[in-house]
Design a protein around this ligand. Sequence first.
Ligand SMILES: Nc1nc2c(ncn2[C@@H]2O[C@H](COP(=O)(O)OP(=O)(O)OP(=O)(O)O)[C@@H](O)[C@H]2O)c(=O)[nH]1
Ligand SMILES: [Zn+2]
Length: 372
Amino acid sequence: MNLPPAATDAARLGAIGWRTAVDPEWQALLDAHPAATPARVVEQHRSGYVVATGPGEGVAVESLPEWQRPSGYRKGTVSPEERPAVGDWVLVEDGKRIVALLPRRGAIKRGAAGEHYRQQLIAANVDVVLVVCGLDGDFNPRRIERYLLLVQGSGATPVLVLTKADRPDADAAAAREALAGIEAQHVAVVAVNAKDPATVDALAPWLRPGETAVLVGSSGAGKSTVTNTLLGIEKMKTSAVREHDARGRHTTTHRALIALPSGACIIDTPGMRELKPTGEEEIADGGFGDIEALAEACRFRDCAHQKEPGCAVRAAIERGELDEARFGNYLKLKDEIAAASDRLASRLADKQGAKVQTRALHKRPDDKYGKR
Ligand SMILES: Nc1nc2c(ncn2[C@@H]2O[C@H](COP(=O)(O)OP(=O)(O)OP(=O)(O)O)[C@@H](O)[C@H]2O)c(=O)[nH]1
Ligand SMILES: [Zn+2]
């Protein structure tokens, strides 16, 4: 058994999200590497990884050579989503070398910008995604819908955190109204003053011991402020980096995965400007179940919800039950998913040298619901 021997070590791992119940796949890898111990990736850099076996710690480690090679589309190369990301559990030997990546429970991903199809991991093994949006000029229900779509499929629970509720220009009531369609999809919405612990305390139900939460949202939304308030200190301490790399690589540890006094840990991410789908999302489960359900009731199976008679979606918009802007965003995101799905399929086909049917083809809701 190669789990850390001392109870204190296990407790330290627990503080950064380690579960005592190890699944069989993980156990097999633990058994295959008896000299290794588990550690969590807290930072990812171009040149390598920083891992931790407890709170407030960061050790620069060497990774597998195939993770360092530039990714390409040739056989044998490792695509970015197959390499460790922040939140991943890895096995480390001699405290300085990653020897294995433990299969992830789930990951928050997005499509990377660029000519070739690529996925970018935002965080792995996450239980809760705090989508942070300010009740100021930052407020944008359409961007929130986009974030919620990316959370779908990760296995994580999304929570919408509206910051800056204390600002005189903040209109929490109007914001909630604009988010009615989202709230109806069972997404919790919490309005806070990120600087005020009493309001931020409303997040406690999602930050239980052993849980991992990730903060996402645009730059200036208040992610760092929320983190600081949860930590109960004004300024973050930067933890020292123990240098184990023979080549003397220098890595500055900034906050990436932080243990909270509540027993949960939190991953802060830099503000993201572009949020492209990966093509793997299911729009019905990605916060648009209401529209997909309406479309089921349209007279024509291939209804485009434009001017067709018997269109249940249009009727709902006219009755004021469906926000037209939300519907517009649904169409836009659906197109983006289909396009990304095509690119994903052709990448897979390139990789396997085989013709792969695009997911987009059989993802039409009408086909799914089996209409004639
Ligand atoms: N009044 C008020 N100000 C806030 C609140 N949340 C954040 N701010 C302010 O908004 C600014 C940006 O907040 P940050 O926490 O740095 O935002 P961030 O999301 O971490 O931004 P990036 O690190 O760039 O991604 C800071 O000046 C905060 O003090 C809030 O709830 N109320
Ligand atoms: Zn229709």
